[in-house]
Design a protein around this ligand. Structure first.
Ligand code: AMP
Length: 215
């Protein structure tokens, strides 16, 4: 099963993708994570995208399509969860073509609905475990008081993303509404779209996603 998690920054795509990995043996493909890795390791591409990402703008279609193309050459596991990709109509067309090339299909597009005020509150409170990437939130899922990650058990550094500030977030939201939200109509017209309430508790959202996928 190959699925897309679609929604604005802070909708909970990463959190739900990690749960789907644990529960279904699926593989999360987050272009944001891939780009942050490239940025951290200082590759030529990483250096090229660093300022664009920090400002909250989208990097070129060519770069992210290339990253996804590479991953589709590898192990398909229990299927892919596309997280943060596609973000533009050309990326959506490219994904369709790449899946077809591999004899694979897109089984569902899950739209995670959240309101904008909640996004700003969520994102500015977000941090991740520097060791395993587990996502925390000062409001809904605080870092354990013993300072050890509840997922990997390490007393790791908990990091805030460079683009999780109000100014970058405003740009990221604008990019979402201008370039990514048209994908909701695109996948609705293709008959692939299912919507869930992304503002519910983490396990409740996971339940709605399971129903959308299996029900
Ligand atoms: P994310 O972790 O998904 O919020 O992505 C972080 C940043 O990486 C975005 O604000 C963009 O600068 C870049 N990025 C991630 N995925 C894409 C994509 N599919 N297309 C263009 N830029 C992307």
């Amino acid at each position: 099963m190959n699925i897309i998690l679609l929604g604005p920054p802070g909708a909970g795509k990463g959190t739900q993708a990690r749960k789907l990995e644990d529960e279904r043996g699926m593989i999360q493909l987050s272009t944001g994570d891939m780009l942050r890795e490239a940025k951290a390791s200082g590759t030529e591409m990483g250096q090229k995208v660093a300022a664009i990402m920090d400002a909250g703008e989208l990097v070129t279609d060519e770069i992210v399509i290339g990253l996804i193309e590479e991953k589709l050459e590898g192990d398909h596991g229990g299927g892919f969860i596309f997280d943060g990709f596609p973000r533009t109509l050309p990326q959506a067309d490219a994904l369709g073509a790449l899946l077809a090339k591999h004899g694979a299909t897109l089984d569902a597009v899950i739209e995670m609905q959240v309101d904008d005020d909640a996004l700003v509150a969520r994102i500015t409170a977000r941090s991740t475990c520097g060791n395993c990437g587990e996502v925390y939130n000062d409001l809904s899922k605080p870092i354990p008081t013993d300072g050890k990650c509840s997922n990997c058990g390490q007393a790791a550094e908990f990091k805030r993303r460079a683009d999780d500030n109000e100014e970058s977030l405003r740009t990221r939201l604008m990019e979402y509404y201008k370039k990514t939200s048209p994908l909701i109509g695109y996948y609705y017209a293709k008959g692939d779209l299912k919507s869930v309430d992304g503002l519910a508790e983490i396990d409740e959202v996971a339940g709605s996603i399971a129903t959308a996928l299996d029900g």
